[in-house]
Design a protein around this ligand. Structure first.
Ligand code: KIV
Length: 264
């Protein structure tokens, strides 16, 4: 497989090819996922929940993320590596520049940040200085306390309209990828049509340009519960590499997510 870059993902969207991405936090899993042909690996701050056993992602620090990004980098040959910026490490542009530099120097080729239009000036500053950005809208887990729980976002017409405008502002600021988490499927479709950058959904329906899953959910080893939007691919294959290959082909053929995995 050739090295995957932001241009590869953009071309995939333009050609209508679905993008498969997954989280990983160490070299061994990252190597397996890379060899299975996954297009991008996110070192998600979800590690606070699935590795550290926390209730949410807020306690994750930039040092945790640097450590796990370095681990993943050692396992990867071709896959695009995205490093997640944890809670309050990009509250100001200055902080974002300092902390994104740490993730890039640890091995990421792109950083991810949660937020809408307020984040546009920070994204612009990062991109101008050579740091590609993946934005993240919808159920942004670092705002769980503002949302009053892990709840589907964008259900009202007004909120959906704001989210479409946010997506366009983030693209205009220079974001090259957009994660959409836990939103109604029609909104996932509307946002994907409203921007020209690839959208990667998790609980955002089947019409986003790609999908992402937390690896512990895809492999059925999450310590808490299985989210509605996920599927246990290991149950169907009994082998980690085959599970990821099945995930990739199901996304590519439009079979995942199915009706049972989407929010209306
Ligand atoms: O932290 C994470 O793993 C994420 C994905 C769920 C998109 O943000």
């Amino acid at each position: 497989m050739a090295k995957i870059t932001t241009s590869t993902l953009l071309k995939m969207k333009q050609q209508g090819e679905k993008i498969s991405t997954i989280t990983a936090y160490d070299a061994s899993f990252a190597q397996l996922f890379d060899q299975a042909g996954i297009h991008a690996i996110l070192i998600g701050d979800s590690l606070g929940m699935v590795l550290q056993g926390r209730d949410d992602t807020l306690p994750v620090t930039i040092d945790h993320m640097v450590y796990h990004t370095e681990c993943v980098k050692r396992g990867v040959e071709d896959t695009l590596i995205i490093g997640d910026m944890p809670f309050m490490t990009y509250a100001t542009t200055e902080q974002a520049l300092t902390n994104a530099t740490k993730l890039m120097q640890a091995g990421a080729s792109m950083v991810k940040m949660e937020g809408g239009t307020w984040l546009a000036s920070t994204i612009k500053a990062l991109v101008e200085r050579g740091i590609p950005v993946c934005a993240h809208l919808g159920l942004t887990p670092q705002s769980v306390n503002v949302f009053g729980g892990f709840k589907v976002q964008g259900r009202s017409e007004e909120h959906a309209k704001v989210m479409i405008e946010d997506a366009q502002a983030l693209e205009a600021a220079g974001a090259q990828l957009l994660v959409l988490e836990c939103i109604p499927a029609p909104l996932g479709k509307a946002i994907s049509e409203a921007v020209s950058i690839p959208t990667i959904g998790i609980g955002a329906g089947k019409d986003t340009d790609g999908q992402i899953l937390v690896m512990h959910d895809a492999l059925g080893i999450s310590c808490s519960y299985m989210p509605k939007f996920s599927r246990n691919f290991i149950k169907e294959t009994g082998d980690i590499k085959k599970a990821i290959e099945l995930y990739i082909s199901e996304v590519s053929e439009g079979n995942f997510p199915g009706k049972e995995h989407i929010f209306k």
